[in-house]
Design a protein around this ligand. Structure first.
Ligand code: SF4
Ligand code: SF4
Ligand code: SF4
Length: 411
């Protein structure tokens, strides 16, 4: 079967992951990294990766007219993904289904190759469990005591939501990348329901409401504090859009954002986000450079704030940077088995290809059980306002740890 994979805009991690289609030689696969100049020829299955803009329509129609089947592979193409956070500031990142009719879609950031193979073969995917069903953390059914940010992270066996860390696992499907195994709450890249962000907001709001209802009352009423300037709930949960709608903003049903653009689309993705979410965002959208980009962010902050790094942590980071270089070589050579070998090694250290195990000062969970985890362990850090620079990136944060300016030079 002839399969062509087309990369449109932004991160190329899903495009690169589709290299695994070459394993086993079942499909005849070709990669098109410049679909705007593709001349067009008949093909059985076209796979689209990367985020899309209305200006891509003409090229997508060319692909559609030449293909028996079109599949959106990954959140960027299926629902707008992380780049669509820029829609909050006037951009128009658009899911494939809004541009051409009759496409299939596979969600996930990074999206899973097994699901792509089933879609190409036209085989119905098995029904997946809910993420909470396969999570090792357990609900307590206690009242939530406070809403916490990831900078207050501690290892625990209790459900993140019960501890006050927002986790979208309630509304997510079981996934291969499983951030939750690396002390990282789920941000819902594989939603199990439509309009998952709104529903998660409602659910978390209900949990959080119990803080107020259970503990706060005055002469104006039990929930009066929700509208109060000193309201702990809204103060501790900044960036509602980035937390609840990270992968699905264009399909969320929310009205179009009215915040003015800060500059480029990439700047508009980052500005307004919390500093502790930065590794989780740069780890997603940095494509082949996601490791070096994420480490630049983290290391610039660590350096300015004298956050100490253990020797093992440093060693693992160096290994990751080496692996990133090797990965690029295997991609250039379209070598599927070497790609698998290297990505397995990256996953071993970084948790997954989203780099969910990497954090400020260290790693979030044990890498090798024989090692002393104190050398890897994440250091809880205070937010310190300032401007941070490391090579090609420069960013400023305010005293709440929210990014107010960012410059990322390409290359
Ligand atoms: S940002 Fe996520 S969904 Fe988009 S291409 Fe990268 S890995 Fe895939
Ligand atoms: S909400 Fe998150 S932490 Fe809680 S059980 Fe579900 S997946 Fe696990
Ligand atoms: S745990 Fe991570 S990879 Fe799995 S659905 Fe949630 S965000 Fe996606």
């Amino acid at each position: 079967m002839d399969v062509k994979v087309f990369q449109f805009n932004g991160c190329k991690k899903c495009f690169n992951e589709s290299l695994l289609l070459k394993e086993g030689a079942k499909y005849k696969v070709e990669y098109v990294s410049d679909p705007k100049n593709w001349k067009g020829e008949k093909v059985d299955v076209s796979v689209i990766t990367g985020y899309l803009l209305p200006g891509d329509l003409e090229h997508l129609e060319n692909i559609k007219n030449n293909s028996s089947k079109v599949i959106a592979y990954g959140d960027c193409t299926a629902t707008g993904g992380v780049f669509a956070l820029a829609n909050q500031k006037g951009h128009d990142v658009t899911p494939l289904a809004n541009l051409i009719e009759d496409s299939n879609s596979i969600q996930g950031c990074l999206s899973e190759i097994e699901e792509l193979k089933l879609a190409i073969d036209g085989v119905e995917a098995p029904k997946l469990k809910n993420l909470c069903q396969i999570c090792s953390r357990k609900a307590t059914c206690d009242y939530m005591e406070a809403i916490n940010r990831q900078i207050e992270l501690e290892d625990s066996e209790i459900c993140f939501n019960d501890l006050g860390f927002l986790c979208s696992g309630f509304n997510a499907k079981e996934c291969k990348e499983k951030c939750i195994d690396y002390n990282t709450p789920c941000r819902g890249c594989k939603p199990s329901i439509d309009r998952s962000g709104i529903r998660m907001l409602a659910m978390f709001g209900t949990l959080a409401g119990s803080i107020e209802v259970a503990t706060e009352h005055n002469e104006k009423g039990a929930t009066d504090k929700l509208a109060d300037e000193e309201d702990d709930v809204t103060r501790n949960l900044p960036d509602i859009v980035g937390n609840f709608f990270r992968f699905t903003l264009p399909t969320s049903g929310l009205p179009k954002g009215r915040i003015p653009s800060s500059g480029t689309l990439l700047e508009d993705v980052f500005i307004g986000r919390l500093i502790e979410e930065i590794p989780l965002i740069s780890g997603l959208l940095g494509g082949a450079k996601s490791i070096s980009l994420t480490l630049k962010f983290i290391e610039s902050y660590e350096k300015a704030n004298q956050i100490e790094i253990g020797a093992q942590t440093q060693k693992c980071r160096e290994e990751l940077l080496q692996l990133e270089k090797q990965l690029q070589n295997t991609i250039d050579k379209e070598d599927a088995s070497a790609y698998k070998e290297i990505t397995d090694k990256i996953r071993f250290i970084a948790g997954n290809m989203n780099l969910s195990n990497i954090f400020y000062g260290g790693f979030k969970s044990i890498i090798d059980p024989n090692d002393d985890f104190n050398e890897y362990k994440t250091h809880v850090f205070d937010v310190v306002e300032g401007t941070y620079k490391n090579g090609s990136i420069e960013y400023a944060i305010d005293s709440d740890g929210i990014i107010t300016e960012i410059k990322i030079k390409e290359g």
